[in-house]
Write a protein that binds this ligand. Sequence first.
Ligand code: GYE
Length: 305
Amino acid sequence: LAMMSLLLLSQNAMAEIVVGFAQVGSESGWRTNFSNDMREEAKRRGITLKFADSQQQQANQIRAVRTFIAMRVDAIVIAPVVETGWTPILRQAQRSDIPVIILDRNIRADEDLYLTRIASDFVEEGVKAAQWLVENEQDECRVVELQGTVGSTAAIDRGTGFNRVIDKHDNITIVRSQTAEFTRNRGKEVMESFLRAEDPNSICALWAHNDEMALGAIQAIKESGLAPGEDIKVISVDGIPDYFLAMANGLANVTVELDPHLGAPTYDVIQRYLKGDTDIPKLIRTTGDVYTQATAAEEYQKRSQ
Ligand code: GYE
């Protein structure tokens, strides 16, 4: 019996790890880079990844997690589209003794319901974005803001960080603010509405919660006859290759990079947990630097090879 259980144990240990991943969707270039990294890193490690694209709908994410529980995967990874509404499904995963890892955006739930969260500090990203504007605009500066998905940590916290800085500078004020869902198309449409609602020459800067929306807005600014990056400064977050190209061409000014390479830290944690390591922190931070036109051309080369 001992030999049999030893054999089974060793076979089990060698068995492929199966991970279920409920991804938000494919709304932005950053999200696509993140999804590709999760797939490629799983392949590199011989991990079977069950991938669900939830088209930015929380109901689809919850359905996918329920399926992963039924499949009895070894671990579940969730990149939550919004912060609320997760407790019931996380309780189901816990009852099935399947560890859950939260990636990127946050959830409002008891932290006993998940193993760890791997994410950047979105408040810090908003702070860094505003600090560039404060350092580069001493005159009166009227800002329009393209917010991310309503209720998502990225939109809530980036807004908090940006406002915390500009509240200390009377010359900078946000005069229009609206969500454009982190997408390029909506970024263009909402920027067009801002350019109709305000005298375009009175807008000093655009603050976009991600590069995708900023790139759509740049198109709208161009079509209005103004020069993005000059007449209207463009400030953003993510650091996707297309945005580095826009900065290299003088169409945008600054971005705060968001690391899309979450595969390695995610699978490290899963493999540690499955080997019995219980000393796993509740939060694992990723970081990103600020990039401007000064280095945009060389950074674009690096990212587009
Ligand atoms: O900035 C954006 C994506 O949740 C921080 O989601 C992430 C954001 C990222 O749609 O491109």
